[in-house]
Write a protein that binds this ligand. Structure first.
Ligand SMILES: [Zn+2]
Length: 232
C-alpha cells in the first residue's frame, strides 16, 4: 500500500527515513530506545483493557468467519485478552518492573560476571508473532552486585512487550547500566523470529544476533573472553 493511500484511510503513519510503516514492518527497523507508548497508556485499568481486547478480538474472529458459538472458540477472546495483559505484554506496564535489590560486593570480585543462556519469549511488534531467544548478560561490578535471578527477571520484563530485537538489547543494557551504576555491561541476544521462519521469507534456519558492549567491553580481548565463557 502506498503512503498516501494509508493517509487517506486515516491511519496515522510516521515517516521514518522516507520509508512507510508497511515497508518498515518487514525490515524490522526500531525507532527509539523507548517502547513507543501513548501518554494515556495507563488511564484504563488492566480489567478495562482485558474487556476491551476481548471484544475486539472477538470481532477479528468474527470477521474471519469463525463460529464463536463453537465450544472450542467461545472462550478464546477472553483468553487472548488475559494472556496479552497479564502475560506476554505485561512488560509494557512499569508497575510490573522487577524490584531490584543490590548488595555490597563483599567478595571483592572484580572480574566479569556472565549470566548466560537466559531463555526468553517475546513478540515481534511488526507482526505480533513470537521471538524466541537466549540472552547473555555480563557486567563488572562497580561496588554493587545484583542477585543472579534478577538478571533473568530484567530480561523477561523487557521481553514481555511487542519488541524489535535491537531495542530489547538496548533496553536491557540501559536498565542494567542504571541499576548497577556502571557502563561495564554487555548484552548479547541470539533469537529466532517466527515472522521470518513461519511466514514471509520462511527461512527456518536463520537467527538474529544483536549485542551491546559498554565501557571495558569495548575491547576485543574482553569480547573474546566473554565469548569464550558463553561458548564454554
Ligand atoms: Zn516481524
Amino acid at each position: 500500500m502506498k503512503t498516501n493511500e494509508i493517509k487517506k484511510m486515516g491511519i496515522n503513519i510516521q515517516n521514518l527515513n522516507g520509508l512507510s510503516t508497511s515497508e518498515i514492518g518487514d525490515d524490522h527497523i526500531s525507532t527509539s530506545l523507548e517502547t513507543p507508548m501513548r501518554k494515556d497508556a495507563f488511564k484504563a485499568t488492566d480489567e478495562e483493557k482485558k474487556n476491551k481486547i476481548a471484544l475486539l478480538f472477538e470481532e477479528i474472529m468474527n470477521v474471519m468467519g469463525l463460529d464463536l458459538t463453537d465450544d472450542s472458540l467461545r472462550g478464546t477472546p477472553k483468553r487472548v485478552a488475559k494472556m496479552y495483559i497479564d502475560e506476554i505484554f505485561s512488560g509494557l506496564n512499569p508497575e510490573n518492573k522487577p524490584k531490584i535489590a543490590l548488595f555490597e560486593n563483599k567478595y571483592r570480585y572484580n572480574q566479569m560476571l556472565v549470566e548466560k543462556n537466559i531463555t526468553f519469549y517475546s513478540n515481534c511488534e511488526h507482526h505480533f508473532v513470537p521471538i524466541i531467544g537466549k540472552a547473555h548478560l555480563a557486567y563488572i561490578s562497580s561496588g554493587k552486585v545484583i542477585g543472579l535471578s534478577k538478571l533473568n527477571r530484567i530480561v523477561q520484563y523487557f521481553a514481555k512487550r511487542p519488541q524489535v530485537q535491537e531495542r530489547l538489547t538496548n533496553q536491557i543494557a540501559n536498565e542494567l547500566s542504571k541499576i548497577l551504576g556502571t557502563d561495564d555491561i554487555a548484552v548479547i541476544i541470539d533469537a529466532k523470529h517466527l515472522c521470518v521462519s513461519s511466514r514471509g521469507i520462511k527461512d527456518e534456519s536463520s537467527a538474529t544476533v544483536t549485542c551491546y558492549y559498554g565501557g571495558v567491553f569495548n575491547d576485543s580481548k574482553k569480547i573474546t573472553e566473554l565469548q569464550n565463557y558463553i561458548n564454554s
